[in-house]
Design a binder for this molecule. Structure first.
Ligand SMILES: C[S@@+](CC[C@H](N)C(=O)[O-])C[C@H]1O[C@@H](n2cnc3c(N)ncnc32)[C@H](O)[C@@H]1O
Ligand code: SF4
Length: 377
């Protein structure tokens, strides 16, 4: 079993900072929860404590990367720059990043993040997807302008960080916008572009499941790969392979990954495999290399898959949601409780089509600062 002990902290650590969000994307479990918070800076009862974060970070001696988002919108957390600074002070070799919808990425926020030493920022954009960010209330113009502002701030402060990444959700009604979004990412100086398949929250969303449209997806992914190669952007596929192969896969999460939730609960699985510890009660090394975790690693390494793993989208790539047997996201709550923001556009095709990536690229003259940054103008 000793060969399954892996350092004293996970190479990749996700920390849940909050569960609230300023948007309500119909695809996302966050948009269905009661912890939803609308305004930036609004009193937020669900932010992880600085004390817990400090306690985690000092134990991260073998950790290479800390990702500060697993659920909500990290830009809602006022202490975000302070948290980044703390991690970099304790261990400057740890790379720090987070996912964001970028709606709250003001100039002030950008300056604070660059000065704190943020290494990577991954912005989410899923083009025409009617369950995605634009339907959740994101203005594509603001998105574009905010990232351009961040690029200007980086230039002014003489920093090449944070490195810009994109996150794209592949669904029936988003993949036709994949190539445009790649072009947009390139124009904004993104270096990495991640694609994940849409994960339906309930059976009514199954029609958007990309695994139902394998041929179209395969073709589009192939074109995206050629375009990314030409543009020099790293294309990364998560939970889906570009050939849409659905045969049983292996999983290396418990060998390299841990996530800590707001209350300190820690899992070594993105699907919350039911072994958990709590960082407020035990040292991280003890959770990371517990007897149960070593056994799980052994079973995965010897292809003796626990039943729970057979329900996971990593092992069996298919996002079809079967109401009774699905490994539904732990944060998902009653689908009927969805409320929309009063000012969010209706998620109809017409509304979203008016805000396509092309409109943003063609009609707004915001590219100039970026082109200058890249020496193209
Ligand atoms: C939950 S969000 C949290 C961070 C931030 N608020 C954002 O939107 O980037 C993290 C990522 O999950 C993705 N996501 C949300 N719902 C999803 C779903 N049902 N299937 C696949 N990806 C989803 C988002 O596009 C985003 O890139
Ligand atoms: S995908 Fe991100 S922006 Fe949209 S509701 Fe979820 S957490 Fe908020």
């Amino acid at each position: 079993m000793d060969k399954f002990i892996i350092g004293s902290s996970p190479p990749f650590l996700g920390i849940e900072l909050n569960t609230g969000c300023n948007l309500r994307c119909p695809m996302c479990p966050q948009s269905r929860g009661p912890t939803h918070t609308v305004e930036a800076g609004e009193a937020h009862s669900t932010v992880a404590s600085m004390e817990m974060i400090k306690n985690i970070v000092v134990q991260c001696v073998d950790t290479k990367e800390i990702w500060l988002s697993t659920g909500g919108e990290p830009l809602l957390v006022p202490q975000l720059p302070e948290i980044i600074r703390l991690i970099k002070e304790v261990n400057p070799r740890i790379s720090v990043g987070f996912n964001t919808n970028a709606a709250l990425l003001t100039e002030r926020r950008s300056i604070a993040l660059v000065e704190a030493g943020l290494d990577a920022i991954r912005v989410s954009f899923d083009g025409l997807f009617p369950l995605g960010h634009l339907a959740g209330g994101l203005s594509p113009m603001k998105f574009f302008a905010n990232i351009s502002t961040l690029n200007n701030v980086k230039q002014q402060l003489g920093s090449h960080k944070p490195i810009l990444q994109f996150a794209f959700v592949a669904a029936r009604d988003s993949i036709d916008g994949l190539l445009d979004t790649l072009e947009m990412a390139n124009s904004l100086d993104a270096r990495r572009f991640g694609i994940v398949p849409f994960w339906p929250l309930d059976a009514s969303q199954n029609e958007q499941n990309i695994f139902r449209y394998k041929e179209r997806a395969r073709e589009t992914f192939q074109k995206a790969q050629s375009l990314a190669d030409r543009l020099g952007i790293e294309l990364v596929f998560g939970f889906v392979s570009p050939d849409m192969d659905q045969s049983l896969k292996s999983c290396d999460y418990p060998f390299r990954f841990m996530v800590v939730k707001l209350n300190g609960d820690a899992y070594v699985c993105c699907n919350e495999y039911p072994i958990k510890g709590n960082v407020n009660e035990q040292p991280i090394a003890e959770i990371w290399n517990s007897k149960e975790v070593l056994m799980l690693r052994k079973r995965l390494a010897t292809n003796d898959l626990p039943e729970y793993c057979l329900t996971c989208k990593i092992i069996r790539p298919s996002n079809e949601l079967v109401e009774s047997a699905s490994p539904a996201p732990s944060t998902a709550v009653n689908p009927l409780s969805v409320e929309r923001l009063p000012n969010a556009p209706k998620p109809s095709w017409g509304t979203i089509a008016r805000h396509t990536t092309k409109v943003v690229l063609d009609k707004l003259n915001l590219l100039q600062p970026v082109m200058r940054l890249r020496g193209k103008a």
